[in-house]
Design a protein around this ligand. Structure first.
Ligand code: 7TS
Length: 400
């Protein structure tokens, strides 16, 4: 059955009240009724704190929270739900790793990132590298926007201790060869982390098969609420890792002198967690499962090819990145039209796109741009959306 033959947009209230064409899905995604209803019902029927209350709604709140953890574990094929640490998002997940891992490194050790990273996978490492005199290296990218692994031995060295690479670029859409990169990292004895903020929402991710040690992502980019994200890590590594925040239920015992930590994943979840948001993420996972990640990936591929074909002939357009291994993200510039102006004119036709540096300023500098326009797709987008976007672009072009 083609799940996209039915109108998926009807499941999303935001599209029922207007003719919005939403093409900024790499930033955040819209929410289906199922997710909104789940959050509503959590607060209306079972609102209580988790892991502490000895009364019915408290038990029910804990059950719903832990059931969301199990759903997420199954969704990414994690061997155990204990390996799912709830955070506020990919950014917090990577900060947790940077805080907890870099302090164990020696001066002169190396962290390897890539030239296509989002600031969330650069800045946390820079903050810690400076403090611990650790060096950061960047794997280069080639002309088509893929990682250039030709001189990989210069980057994967005996001093490399941590490698952290995005699964999919939020600017170029390039899908990186995570399995190969994980093997290269492990060969030199480094830990391998992948930033999956643009991965999990758009493809079937199997953390066991990818070979990563840690994998980070955000709920709001996969139909879930804001304020909830995930750090997945291998049991043994999570057990060895020090927590990055203290307080609340992350402890086993506390005395006036010292504290000991709870078991994983709780030792990383200090304070009252984002309970309703986790429950909402569980509903988002159910919704994505009901459609099927393979179908979603196919749908986005079709849309991306369709959009690419339509916009490539627009006079003066420069599309960034031409890898064939690409997800539903297209960044571009048009000669003589500033991306800011483009976005404002498109907004007049109720078309939402993102312009700017996309929190990837180092990459933008390599592209010789300070700002690009970016369209990015998700399950509710259609060819009709792309047609309307192209019609609007042609109108704007004529105006300029
Ligand atoms: N990593 C990548 C690859 C991202 O695309 C983003 C967000 C993040 C990390 C951070 O995610 P957060 O949920 O913790 O904020 N990317 C974008 C974007 O492309 N436009 O707005 C946010």
């Amino acid at each position: 059955m083609n799940h996209f033959s039915t109108d998926i947009k009807a499941d999303f209230p935001i599209f029922n009240s207007s003719d919005l064409i939403y093409l900024d899905n790499a930033s955040t995604t819209q929410k289906p009724s199922k997710v909104l209803e789940e959050i509503d019902s959590f607060y209306k029927e079972t609102n209580a704190n988790v892991h502490r209350a000895i009364y019915s709604i408290g038990n029910e709140a804990t059950r719903r929270f832990e059931s969301a953890r199990e759903k997420v574990a199954k969704f990414i094929n994690a061997p155990s739900s204990k390996e799912i640490v709830f955070t506020s998002g990919a950014t917090e997940s990577i900060n947790l790793l940077a805080r907890s891992l870099v302090s164990n490194l020696e001066p002169g050790d190396e962290i390897l990132l890539s030239e296509m990273e989002h600031h969330s996978n650069i800045v946390p490492w820079q903050m810690m590298a400076e403090k611990f005199k650790v060096k950061i290296k960047y794997l280069p990218i080639n002309k088509i926007g893929e990682l250039d692994l030709n001189n990989s031995e210069q980057y994967f060295t005996s001093r490399t201790k941590i490698v952290s690479i995005t699964h999919i670029s939020n600017v170029l859409g390039t899908i990186n060869p995570i399995e190969d990169l994980a093997k290269m990292a492990h060969k030199v004895g480094a830990l391998f982390i992948s930033d999956g903020a643009q991965g999990v929402p758009h493809m079937q991710v199997n953390v066991a098969k990818l070979g990563c040690d840690f994998y980070a992502f955000s709920g709001h980019k996969m139909l879930g609420p804001t304020g909830i994200g995930v750090l997945w890590g291998k049991t043994k590594l999570l057990e060895e890792l020090d927590p990055f925040m203290g307080g609340g239920e992350m402890i086993e015992t506390v005395s006036f002198e010292e504290s000991t930590w709870n078991e994983i994943p709780y030792k990383f979840e200090a304070g009252t967690p984002n309970i309703a948001q986790a429950v909402g993420l569980g509903a988002a996972v159910d919704y994505l499962d009901s459609i099927g990640m393979k179908n979603i990936q196919e749908h986005e591929k079709k849309l991306t090819d369709y959009a690419f074909d339509k916009i490539k002939d627009i006079e003066g357009i420069r599309i960034h990145g031409s890898s064939k291994k690409k997800s539903g993200v297209i960044s571009f510039n048009i000669k003589d039209i500033h991306p800011q102006d483009l976005a404002q004119f498109l907004d007049q036709d109720n078309i939402a796109i993102r312009v700017g540096h996309h929190c990837a300023q180092p990459l933008l500098s390599l592209l010789n741009e300070t700002s690009t326009a970016r369209i990015s797709f998700y399950i509710y987008n259609s060819e009709e959306d792309i047609d309307k976007f192209c019609d609007s672009m042609i109108k704007i072009k004529a105006y300029f």
